[in-house]
Every structure is written in structure tokens, then in C-alpha cells.
Design a protein around this ligand. Structure first.
Ligand code: PLP
Length: 303
């Protein structure tokens, strides 16, 4: 159970971290958020937070897109988070949720000239999707276009789009959605980036395909290029191409590296997690848990 939150510039008991129903962001979705994972390393009995600076860099970028005026630096937000986690004392994997919101209690939709605030809390979190492989369905909802709500920002309002896609996928018997962008090319999952392997080439939509600039995506592309020696293509992906993929995966802080074993009832490869997906998954999980010295710079120790 979560005990603390960062709220009104201090760490307070979680039950004191409350906002009014009149809060601007609650009414209009005019905030942004982050999703960061902390991993418990049982050998060292330490919690490691993965790429915290990169997450807060994107968080502040998302806030700027919303014309928020936040007087926090990346390092200040990282330090507050580590202090919060130290106090919270998780001895298991957890998920950290920073939110930047417009705290004014006024009616009137706009982005500028409002009071901006930051809140942070954390919760324990295990797997977000079935780790052994998921069945994905192409959604009839299109990904919110960058010209409607900035797609590269993690903007609260745009998650109504994700929620509709995810619910339809689940209600239609799939585990997760693959969402196309306005021009009909593959964009991403409801809360994860998409990658596929065809003839040994790792292919993922470019960041101009209305995808979130995922930190896990960036991590896997780095590992694929530098460690697996794979050819990587960031290019538009047609819908019909994904049915012919040898392997596919969702990647994101929440879903980590989740193999996709079928799409719209087309089994991929032999219908089991493929070898490249498995290698990326295993390496990623070792890195995030602070087990790879070479990538010590990507993890921040708590306490
Ligand atoms: C829409 C969307 N795409 C992609 C991702 C993956 O981003 P990251 O790897 O930075 O967590 C997320 C969040 O996890 C997301 O919400």
C-alpha cells in the first residue's frame, strides 16, 4: 500500500494528497504524466530506477508542449523521486507516476496562464501484460494525431484514445491493441511502442508516425544495434506487413518487452516468442534490475 506522495512541494501522507474536483486538469485533461519503473534487486537488496533522467526530460518536454511553466529541473525531479522512494521503502518492483497538472480551480479551457503543479506517487507493480506472449488486435480507433494532441508528449487527455483502443481490444478477446495512425500505418499499442522482426531485420515505426518517444524503444534500438548487431529500420509499417512478421513485440515501461505471438488471429512465426524478442527481453530485464555493470549509468540506486 502506498504511504506517501509528493504534493504541494512536499512529501505528505498519501491520504493528504487530494485535489479539488474543480481542478483544471481534472476537467480538461490539460496535464501530462510519466511512468517510471523501480526494480528490486534481490541479490543486492536494492531498488534501481531505470533511466530516471530520460523520463524526467520527456516529462518536462511534455509539460512545455502544454505551455506549463514548471520551475523544476530534471535533477530536482529525480532527487525528489529518490527521496520519496527511500521513504516509501519498496522491497519489490514498483511504478512511479509523476503528474504535471494545471492546479487552478477555474472553468475555461486554455493551456497558458494557469498555475502548474507537480505530484508524484508510486505503487507496487508486476507484469502489465502476460509475459509469455500476447494476442494483439488491430484497433478500429486511430492514434490521436500529432496535429490534434502532441503525440510525442505523454498528455493526459490523449489517454482517452488509448483507453478506448485497449477496452475494445479486451472486449473483442485480444490482450492488447495495435493502433494505426491517420494514414493507416502502424503507430503503437495503447501504452507501448511496437516492433517487428522480418527476415532478421528489426523494424519499428518512425517517431513521426504519431508514436510516443518511448524510452524502452530507444533502449531496445540501442541494444539491437550495438549488442545484437541487427539491422534496424525505423520506417512506416503497413498493416498487412505485421501479419507476415516472424516476430513482434510491445515495449514500454509498463509492458517491458512483451512478445506478440499472434495478430488478428494470424500466428506469428511458430506462435511462440521468437529468438530476437527473447534476447532483447532477457538483456533488458538484466539491465533494468542493475545486473549489468556496463549499463550502470542507466539505473539509479535508491537509499
Ligand atoms: C502511448 C504510449 N506509447 C509508448 C509508451 C512507451 O514509452 P516508454 O518506453 O517511455 O515507457 C508508453 C508508455 O509507457 C505509452 O503510454
Amino acid at each position: 500500500m502506498t504511504k506517501f506522495a509528493y504534493f504541494n512541494r512536499q512529501i505528505v501522507p498519501i491520504e493528504d494528497a487530494k485535489i479539488s474536483i474543480m481542478t483544471h486538469t481534472f476537467n480538461y485533461g490539460t496535464g501530462c504524466f510519466g511512468g517510471i519503473r523501480g526494480y528490486w534487486n534481490p541479490e543486492r537488496k536494492k531498488l534501481y530506477v531505470f533511466r530516471i533522467q530520460d523520463h524526467y526530460r520527456r516529462f518536462l518536454d511534455s509539460a512545455r508542449l502544454l505551455r506549463a511553466e514548471l520551475d523544476y529541473t530534471v535533477q530536482e525531479l529525480a532527487d525528489i523521486t529518490i527521496e520519496l522512494l527511500t521513504k516509501e521503502g519498496w522491497r519489490e518492483d514498483c511504478y512511479i507516476r509523476p503528474i504535471a497538472y494545471k492546479a487552478d480551480t477555474v472553468i475555461g479551457v486554455r493551456a497558458h496562464g494557469l498555475q502548474d503543479a507537480v505530484a508524484i506517487f508510486s505503487v507496487p507493480m508486476g507484469d502489465y501484460l502476460k509475459p509469455g506472449g500476447v494476442h494483439a488486435g488491430v484497433s478500429s480507433w486511430r492514434r490521436v494525431d500529432d496535429n490534434a494532441i502532441p503525440a510525442r508528449g505523454k498528455i493526459i487527455g490523449s489517454y482517452a484514445n488509448s483507453a478506448l483502443a485497449k477496452s475494445d481490444a479486451l472486449l473483442n478477446g485480444f490482450d492488447e491493441a495495435i493502433v494505426l495512425n491517420q494514414d493507416g500505418h502502424v503507430s503503437e499499442g495503447s501504452a507501448a511502442n511496437f516492433m517487428m522482426v522480418r527476415d532478421g531485420v528489426l523494424i519499428t515505426p518512425p517517431i513521426t508516425a504519431n508514436v510516443l518517444e518511448g524510452i524502452t524503444r530507444r533502449t531496445l534500438l540501442h541494444l539491437a544495434r550495438t549488442e545484437l548487431g541487427l539491422e534496424v529500420q525505423e520506417r512506416p509499417i503497413d498493416r498487412s506487413e505485421i501479419y507476415l512478421a516472424d516476430e513482434a513485440l510491445f515495449c514500454g515501461t509498463g509492458v517491458q518487452v512483451t512478445p506478440i505471438t499472434a495478430i488478428d488471429h494470424h500466428p506469428l512465426g511458430d506462435g511462440k516468442p521468437g529468438p530476437i524478442t527473447t534476447r532483447l527481453h532477457d538483456r533488458y530485464m538484466d539491465i533494468v534490475r542493475g545486473r549489468v555493470e556496463e549499463y550502470a549509468g542507466w539505473v539509479t540506486e535508491v537509499g
